[in-house]
Design a protein. Sequence first.
Length: 95
Amino acid sequence: MSVLQMTGQRARSILGFGLSVCSPWLFAYLSWRFIGNRDEIGAMILLVSVLSLALFADATAAAAAAISAGLSFNYYFVPPSGELTLGGTEGLVST
């Protein structure tokens, strides 16, 4: 494997990881903005986005997407909306 192939593969890996972390936040924002505070629809949109990323990415990127989706769901759909609320163990379990 040449240096250029290794560099390209590493760049794709970093880009995929960044996309898997940022895309759930984008989907959560768009669903919150256009659908409103309907948390069941937001949860389904985030679930589909994480599952599609897990299908096409590696396990590390899929785990990062799942954590990012949980945090973005908490930020946009759990009252009070617009802030991360992690109060106690039940907040950690729901995220």
